[in-house]
Write a protein that binds this ligand. Sequence first.
Ligand code: GLN
Length: 491
Amino acid sequence: MALTELTVHELASRLAKKEIAAEELARDVVARTEAVEPKLHAFLEWNGEELMAAARDVDARRSRGEALGPLAGIPVGIKDVLNVKGHSCRCGSKILQGYISPYDATVIAKLRAAGAIPFGRLNMDEFAMGSSTENSAFGATRNPWDLERIPGGSSGGSAAAVAAGEVPATLGSDTGGSIRQPASLCGVVGLKPTYGRVSRFGLVAFASSLDQIGPFAKDVTDAALLLSAISGKDPHDSTSLPEPVPDYTKSLTGDVRGLKLGLPKEYFVPGMDKEVESAVRAAVDKLTAMGAEIVEISLPHSDYGLAVYYIIATAEASANLARFDGVRYGFRAKDAKDPIDMYGRTRGAGFGPEVTRRIILGTYVLSSGYYDAYYLRAQKVRTLIRQDFIEAFKKCDAILTPTTPTPAFKAGEKADDPLTMYLSDIFTVNVNLAGICGVSVPCGFTKQPKLPIGLQVLGKPFGEETILRVAHAYEQATEWRKEKPDVKRKT
Ligand code: GLN
């Protein structure tokens, strides 16, 4: 069996006992990546030699008896939105062509401190705007369960790479669902931490009041391990909070007895996919049988989430992306008459259509005369959405919903219809607007074709221990995680 089929915790324990060497694991990661990448395109680039050298260094330090971190020798794939010193960071965009990161993002520094080895640049929708990874300027990523389908987005590369067994775990970012939605569509675990749990220093900003970094993993224990490694207050990010960082694996008791789990009636709506609905309902029944108490709850402002999200996220993006003008970073258009002409040409040629659409929308909702009608009103509704969750959490410890309304759709199916694409995030965006945490855990498959379905478990601010506990207990009581995709072209 290839070592890439093992989880992070299995690998870490074998490495620590010297049953395997980090170099062997690195070799398997490179071999698997080389084998599936021509079909999958989860990575924009990767450097096998660099990984092998870093792995040999871990082995050498282990043989000298040095104290190593809990993730020593584990390769972790990195979404193209996180700065890793000396590597490109293009955010799936032509506009960052040629930019080389001069520093490590805090999450990368923390991974290194835990002994992990950052590996490769994972494909994504340009500037994390999208739900299918088709908006990458460098070609789409495919879903390992069915290569005719999308892996979700925007962190599609991060989800597909774990699902296909290229790398044991990855990092992604989630502004409106970009960790949970692709995790659900690829059949892996994906966790969006509470706003402020993880430092965003070195994450290229999309919408600063919504963005969080989080892990993708094969199981909940791995997600807990990674979350413990990357969390915590960072003086470089004033939005990170000084909450203590627990060892999240300690909360994985396997027991949900006595927990109250809320089912929001607004998340079980007519029109959602029948197989998704029945898989999620079966998961709810399973958790009930395991001793959890199910309570009906209501999140009355849920319907406004997408509209509010697409005002706030685009407004913030229009400001954040103003820095990409050809002066300081990456690509600069040639033959400009003057600086203004250069900005226009650079941005016109550098940004793809979805990013351009969002910048125009965001500029519009912030413009004088429209600011009050759109941006300010959206902020007020955002507060109502957050209050809905705060009220609901007075009645329950965690909330259960489907992660996505449908399983993975076909490549090209929604690419020309942005509004339909935006609907993929209907169950995820409110979580970012409220700043709470959420995890997607596999809860079944559709029949024909066989595609993964995800259960979303939502928690209070800094309620990661509870959602991990629920997701882990459910995972251990079911067999879904044992199913692996066979990456080959259909037909
Ligand atoms: N799909 C959503 C969007 O296009 C969310 C993206 C994200 O979370 N980065 O904005």
